[in-house]
Design a protein around this ligand. Structure first.
Ligand code: HEC
Ligand code: HEC
Ligand code: HEC
Length: 197
């Protein structure tokens, strides 16, 4: 048995601080040390739970951590608000940029908390066009900052490889369900056909 000489060491390693006192002359931990250790463990558990909520996108900032509301919330007319928003190539509000720059910080519901982080699904790709100059950029990431998966799957987009034509989009199908209605308009060709810029 070659392990045998190691056994006392293994035994000692498995001992708690209190048991070690039986073998060595170590003073037992003071109340303060025990309290500090408990506080460190609690802090670590809270940090781990927070990281897990952030990873799951369910982290919500408590009111005291929300900070100052963005300046745009103080204005009372669309004209004033529009001036503060970043614009896209067609001079319409660029909401994706506004969110990224922190110009707006939406709440999940009226009176609800602001989200501390947003779970972004990073699967961005180009839908192939008849030639590469008309490939259409589809960033899942920009969409999942605003929408749940169920906004598109399975009703609007069921599978990979849907054959989409611009006529259908102009007629309000696929991307056209939202673009031109609740999202930026179809006249901003270059935001989707990035090679057209
Ligand atoms: C919201 C995104 C979006 C916008 C905005 C958009 N398109 Fe498209 N377009 C698509 C998608 C998706 C397809 C289908 C995949 C592909 O061919 O790239 C497409 C296809 C096309 C095609 C390929 C041929 C065809 O008819 O299907 C052309 C040409 C085209 N678009 C031109 C335009 C022009 C011009 C504009 C601006 C007036 C525009 N598109 C605005 C998403 C968009
Ligand atoms: C704004 C609409 C939209 C939203 C929201 C959206 N998707 Fe998609 N998704 C698409 C489009 C468009 C495609 C490509 C469809 C095609 O090519 O036919 C796609 C394709 C996919 C594919 C590829 C399917 C395959 O078989 O290759 C997966 C997986 C997917 N989405 C998952 C998700 C998940 C998970 C979410 C939520 C986190 C989500 N999507 C949110 C529009 C969306
Ligand atoms: C369910 C609604 C919905 C559908 C369907 C949808 N979008 Fe969007 N899209 C949005 C919203 C909401 C935004 C963010 C607000 C805005 O930019 O107006 C957005 C933003 C975008 C952006 C801007 C990304 C950025 O970083 O600036 C692109 C590009 C885009 N969509 C392309 C597409 C294409 C291509 C399709 C079809 C394959 C599509 N979208 C289908 C709702 C949709």
């Amino acid at each position: 048995m070659r392990l045998l000489p190691l056994l006392p060491l293994i035994f000692l390693a498995a001992c708690s601080d209190e048991n070690l006192n039986l073998f060595f002359d170590i003073p037992p931990p003071s109340q303060q040390e025990l309290a500090a250790k408990a506080a460190r463990e609690q802090e670590k558990a809270a940090a781990e739970a927070k990281a897990a909520r952030q990873a799951a996108g369910t982290e919500q900032l408590p009111p005291e951590e929300e900070g100052e509301p963005p300046a745009i919330e103080a204005v009372r007319s669309w004209e004033q608000a529009a001036e503060m928003l970043p614009k896209d190539g067609m001079d319409q509000a660029d909401w994706v940029e506004a969110l990224e720059q922190g110009v707006i910080r939406p709440r999940e519901a009226i009176g609800g908390p602001r989200r501390g982080s947003i779970a972004v699904f990073k699967f961005d790709f180009f839908l192939p066009g008849p030639d590469p100059s008309f490939d259409a950029f589809f960033p899942h990431s920009a969409h999942t900052e605003w929408l749940g998966c169920e906004s598109c799957h399975p009703k609007i987009f069921r599978v990979r490889g849907t054959a989409i034509t611009m006529d259908e989009v102009f007629a309000g199908k696929y991307c056209g369900e939202c673009h031109g209605t609740v999202a930026f308009g179809l006249d901003a060709c270059a935001r989707c056909h990035t090679a057209m810029e």
